[in-house]
Design a protein around this ligand. Structure first.
Ligand code: BMA
Length: 802
């Protein structure tokens, strides 16, 4: 089969600005095209976001020509493939309307043969304003449908099937982009069309039967070849449009989440009449255990019969300008997740169904995916018109994605059950709005069940369980939970210790960007946390106040702007670590924790652990430790401090190491050796000390544990006084020596949150750690810009932040 690619150069014009005509590269978005043509200031810099809002007040036209040869034109069909077409788009071929699309999440494969001509053809896509359409739709609704006020800067975007955070979020710039974000191409089809292939797995003891279900045009007697791994089968199609080919695999190599085993992938190829489809298939059994137990009910993913502790973060679209998405950046972000010991990513409902590349990389890395449907924080209509717009989206997306072993759950939305309680209209009319929600949600559930019976559908995140519309922000005994009492409600970090979630799918604490990141988008005259640029890059109304107020609760106030940035990342690390460490300590009660949020889609102050540039914040280095498969959390009980060892592994693991109780001069007050074998999926107390023993010197000392497991070192530090400002920490003098990419740090006094930063690309093998006196630590720089590293390397630590 041949293809005519329509990627690359198109022309962008606007009927609203008749003079404007610029090149635009597809896949891509109009904002990026305008930026590349120097027609707008970079929206990510300074306070430029405001100045570029005129773009959404215009209609936009995209056009190009393409040529068709006589053999192409004589094909039986010419299928134009368009997906991630954003959003209200009329597609014209040679002046004739070929497609009208109103949902950016729908995929189109339309035959343009009736409009095509020999030689030069013209394609034009007219995008009309979504803000206008939103207003109009709002006027015709049977009842008001409130939108995500506080997040969206543009009203009624909940009525348009478009990435919800395009109109701004509490970490997101408002860029109401439009364009086409997937490759565009025409398939030249002779005679019959190969439509799709999907697999089903039926498991027996020690073997699996894989059926490849091939959809094609209704035509008989064509040869179809299907290869699965090293098995090849040839068959002839029958007239039904569906051919099923079965494979039996003895002793299959199992796909496991990261940390639990390998990720072998079997290749699947289907060939039919010069057309082919290839996929990589992982063989694994999946269940979600929600069994009722003495606490409430479980929320535990079980893979290949083994219970998994899910650890990870929430994913938002990688860039507010889709032109800047790339495979390299997907790989970098997802590898960073895996490198921080994560095994699950939640694709959050205010973003997008991600591109194939995203899920392929997750399959490869062993990152399980919790997949939301794209609805978030607003209410949504359940009118016939809306349902008929959503149905093809859901069916197509589930079909596109269901062969990925990484995907473990389909979830209806983000926080839409909760949102019923947020808006006056729905608060005052709860039954009507709950029925409205239920109608949409049940339809989604049914479409998904029809398309993919192999996975569970979860009503919403958070949700207490099937058809349970309870308060999943506070009920910790069942379902998944979004716990925001610390950030949004101002509780102390210790509030994380007051709940025992079964699965906490969101909880977060903001930090400011690092100094290195700030230098990239804040002009020097605005290096101040209340400057216009800084405030414009903080989208959560009280965000900067919360960060600052928390400083006063826990820390000595930082001495300058740069130290404020540093300390904000220490603070964020402590917050999230407090939750994760405790929830791991109560395993298996808690079987999942996904903090909010992994990444940023522009440079901003946010809850992310990876900055827009890809740089790891301190939290990400901490996550690498507190999510480590075999970890040593501290736990405080009424009478004691304990160290546990939790082993998220299918195998027994041996640990050895030391526990130190040390004062801030570096004097060892107590030392214990650890030598312990921890069983698979185990959780044991391995050390404890009664509080009476250390309480008198609580402000003058700390506990430190370091273990080696499978050749890897993991450390953990615990202060008996959580209000760190009261500790009598000594000013540390940290000596730095660099030999190529190896940096050795040595301190005279115990130093905490010792963090390396530089202005270039590339991270370190470790950072934001505790450095004991006279016990040098050598870290590796994992990057290729030694020059920038050498001239910009900075070392921060807590004692020198004030
Ligand atoms: C969560 C998310 C997002 C939001 C975050 C921080 O609940 O679902 O809507 O960005 O809170 O407020």
């Amino acid at each position: 089969m041949s293809q005519v690619s329509l990627n690359g150069d198109w022309t962008l014009t606007s009927p609203t600005h008749s003079q404007l005509s610029i090149p635009m590269s597809i896949p891509g978005d109009n904002y990026h095209a305008l930026l590349s043509a120097n027609l707008i200031a970079d929206p990510y810099q300074e306070t430029n976001e405001k100045q570029v809002q005129w773009v959404r007040e215009c209609d936009w036209h995209l056009s190009r020509t393409f040529s068709l040869s006589s053999s192409e034109l004589s094909a039986s069909s010419l299928l134009l493939n368009l997906s991630r077409l954003d959003t209200l788009a009329d597609v014209f071929i040679n002046g004739e309307l070929a497609l009208r699309s109103t949902n950016m999440f729908q995929q189109h494969r339309i035959d343009i043969k009736p409009f095509a001509i020999l030689g030069e053809n013209h394609i034009e896509v007219h995008f009309s304003r979504v803000n206008e359409e939103g207003k109009q739709r709002a006027n015709t609704l049977p009842m008001p449908i409130p939108w995500a006020v506080g997040n969206n800067q543009v009203p009624h975007m909940n009525l348009i099937r478009k990435t919800q955070c395009h109109s701004g979020w509490d970490w997101g710039i408002c860029l109401l982009v439009s364009g086409i974000y997937d490759p565009v191409y025409i398939e030249v089809i002779d005679q019959i069309t190969l439509l799709s292939v999907h697999t089903e797995q039926i498991w027996q003891q020690g073997s699996v039967d894989v059926s490849a279900v091939v959809h094609h045009d209704q035509i008989s007697d064509h040869e179809l070849t299907v290869t699965f791994g090293d098995q090849i089968q040839m068959t002839t199609t029958c007239g039904s449009g569906l051919t099923v080919v079965n494979f039996h695999i003895e002793d299959p190599e199992l796909w496991w989440p990261a940390g639990y085993g390998e990720q072998p992938l079997y290749s699947l190829h289907v060939d039919l009449n010069t057309q082919s489809i290839s996929k990589k298939i992982g063989l694994r059994q999946l269940t979600l255990n929600n069994k009722v137990d003495t606490i409430g009910s479980a929320m535990e993913f079980v893979i290949n019969g083994f219970p998994i502790n899910s650890k990870g973060a929430n994913w938002i679209p990688m860039d507010a300008m889709p032109s800047l998405e790339s495979e390299a950046r997907y790989r970098e972000l997802l590898s960073s997740a895996k490198d921080a010991s994560m095994n699950m990513i939640r694709v959050w409902g205010g973003g997008q169904y991600e591109s194939d590349t995203f899920y392929e990389i997750c399959d490869e890395l062993g990152l399980m995916v919790w997949q939301d449907m794209m609805f978030a924080c607003s209410l949504y209509p359940s009118t016939e018109a809306f349902l008929s717009e959503v149905e093809p989206e859901i069916r197509q997306q589930i079909n596109r994605l269901k062969d990925h072993p990484s995907i473990v759950l389909w979830c209806g939305d983000n926080e839409v059950i909760g949102a019923i309680g947020w808006y006056d209209e729905s608060k005052n009319n709860k039954t009507t709005y709950t029925v409205n929600y239920d109608r949409l949600n049940r339809n989604i559930a049914q479409w998904i069940a029809e398309e993919d019976p192999s996975r569970r559908f979860w009503t919403s995140s958070p949700c207490n369980g099937d058809m349970d519309f309870g308060d999943a922000w506070h009920n910790d005994n069942r379902g998944d939970m979004h716990f925001w009492d610390v950030w949004h409600s101002g509780k102390s970090f210790s509030a994380y210790l007051d709940i025992k979630p079964r699965f906490c799918s969101e909880f977060g604490f903001q930090s400011w960007p690092s100094f290195a990141e700030v230098k990239r988008f804040v002009p020097e005259h605005d290096w101040n946390v209340t400057s216009p640029t800084f405030e414009a890059h903080q989208k959560n109304g009280r965000g900067n106040s919360i960060i600052t107020e928390m400083f006063t609760r826990y820390f000595r106030f930082p001495s300058n702007f740069e130290q404020m940035l540093y300390l904000s990342q220490v603070q964020q690390s402590i917050a999230i670590k407090t939750g994760c460490e405790y929830w791991r300590a109560i395993s298996p009660i808690c079987r999942g924790m996904l903090y909010w949020q992994l990444n940023d889609n522009w440079p901003v102050s946010s809850w992310s652990s990876i900055e827009y540039s890809g740089r790891w914040k301190q939290l990400h280095y901490h996550a690498k430790r507190f999510f480590a498969p075999t970890y040593i959390p501290f736990e405080e009980t009424d009478k004691e401090v304990q160290i546990r060892v939790v082993n998220d592994s299918r195998f027994e693991n041996h640990i050895d190491g030391n526990v130190y109780w040390m004062d801030f001069n570096g004097e060892v007050l107590g030392q214990w050796t650890i030598n312990y074998s921890i069983e698979e999926d185990g959780n044991d107390v391995i050390w404890s000390l009664t509080k009476e023993k250390f309480q008198v010197s609580a402000n003058n000392s700390f506990f430190f544990v370091e273990i080696t497991v499978n050749g890897e070192k993991v450390q953990n530090t615990w202060f008996a006084t959580p209000t760190i400002k009261q500790l009598t920490i000594k000013k540390a003098n940290i000596e730095v020596t660099q030999e190529d990419n190896r940096i050795t740090l040595q301190s005279d006094y115990p130093a905490f949150f010792v963090h390396l930063e530089h202005d270039g690309k590339g991270r370190f093998s470790d950072s934001s750690f505790t450095l004991l006196p006279q016990e040098p630590i050598t870290v590796e720089y994992l990057g290729d810009d030694l020059e920038t590293l050498t001239h910009s390397l900075r070392i921060y630590d807590l004692s020198n932040s004030y």
